[in-house]
Write a protein that binds this ligand. Structure first.
Ligand SMILES: Cc1cc2nc3c(=O)[nH]c(=O)nc-3n(C[C@H](O)[C@H](O)[C@H](O)COP(=O)(O)O)c2cc1C
Ligand code: SF4
Ligand code: SF4
Length: 318
């Protein structure tokens, strides 16, 4: 059996989990390849019997993964599974992603998510989910990979009882749908818009933002240079701030620099209620107590040097 894992990662959590899932699949004797979403193609998928799709949770999946699935040619029942890493709002992902995979003719045989630390400019640091994914999460990811490979073989032999039931549309899903629609009602990125300051920019010696914009919105070789969904700035509603976070020279700036200052001391009480409940139900393992969450240090104050965040080294070896 041959398995392909296609994943997207910004801060490295999903890559860590993807590698462990890959190792788990490999432990069953299957052949496995890991590939970043930017290097994946529909043609490549043809060679494989089982495809894993993984991304961070951004309300549901990330927009680049969403587009990849939306534009996929029909797959005639090819087996797949979905996985993610997430912060405090994980419950919308599978109810959206699993039907999307099915709509492309894939057969989703399983799905699983793990908590991950969060790196957003205005979010507290340390974050509520700091420390994840830890060794326990990674062991679970390994086991999930082995299970997916074994279940794919069972389904091929006609035993469909191991296919996971469809994700439940329960109160948590509706609660998070309400929170996310509230966020989406904001007509632009709530962190304001990001733009490139040519006086600080080191292009062509640097092209980090251009190489890593998930939407391909940056082309500094064009005349005039293109930056963001508007061509001169980015206020995409997905709340992405990656170019701002990873620019080594602080050349990506925010049209509302006071935004992150105003985040100081903000308590995310709706997130806290949900985490308390998930902890009581045993689905969230808290690794730092709530009084150690950095409410007074939104990420850009906790780590004020540039780049705020380093692009994780690509590591597809398993
Ligand atoms: C722009 C952005 C939006 C996010 N939206 C959500 C969300 O809606 N729900 C959630 O649980 N976590 C959310 N997160 C947290 C990430 O899902 C989490 O940090 C994840 O582990 C990051 O994975 P990565 O390190 O592979 O990029 C968001 C993070 C970013 C940067
Ligand atoms: S990452 Fe920063 S310095 Fe590098 S090209 Fe982009 S804006 Fe310019
Ligand atoms: S915020 Fe920056 S990296 Fe993110 S989509 Fe917009 S231009 Fe691309």
């Amino acid at each position: 059996m041959k398995a392909l894992i296609i994943y997207y990662t910004q801060s490295g959590n999903t890559q860590m989990v993807a590698r462990e899932i890959g190792k788990g699949i490999k432990s069953t004797g299957a052949e496995v390849k890991l590939v970043r979403l930017k290097d994946a193609s529909y043609e490549m998928m043809e060679e494989y019997d089982l495809i894993g799709f993984g991304s961070p949770v951004w309300k549901a999946d990330t927009p680049n993964m969403h587009h990849f699935i939306d534009k996929m040619p029909q797959q005639n029942g090819k087996h797949c599974f979905a996985f993610n890493t997430h912060g405090t709002l994980p419950h919308l992902y599978f109810p959206i992603v699993i039907p999307n995979l099915k709509s492309r003719g894939l057969l989703p045989i399983g799905y699983k998510g793990w908590y991950g630390d969060v790196y957003m400019p205005g979010m507290p640091k340390p974050y509520y989910t700091a420390g994840h994914p830890d060794e326990i999460d990674l062991k679970e990811a390994f086991e999930f990979g082995a299970e997916m490979a074994a279940n794919s073989a069972k389904v091929r032999e006609g035993d469909v009882s191991c296919i996971y039931p469809d994700p439940e549309l329960n109160d948590k899903v509706f609660e998070q749908a309400m929170i996310c629609s509230n966020m989406l009602l904001c007509p632009t990125n709530p962190q304001a818009a990001f733009y490139r300051n040519p006086e600080k920019c080191h292009y062509p010696d640097c092209h980090v933002c251009m190489d890593n914009c998930m939407m391909g919105y940056i082309d500094l070789s064009a005349d005039p240079p293109v930056f963001g969904n508007r061509g001169f700035q980015c206020d995409d509603c997905h709340e992405c701030s990656y170019c701002f976070m990873i620019c080594p020279f602080g050349a990506v700036e925010n049209t509302d620099p006071g935004q992150f200052e105003r985040e100081k001391s903000v308590r995310h009480t709706n997130f806290e209620v949900m985490l308390d409940r998930d902890e009581a139900e045993g689905t969230f393992r808290r690794l730092i107590p709530v009084d150690q969450v950095g409410f007074d240090t939104p990420y850009v104050f906790w780590h004020p040097e540039h780049p705020y965040l380093k692009v994780p080294k690509e590591d597809n070896e398993i």
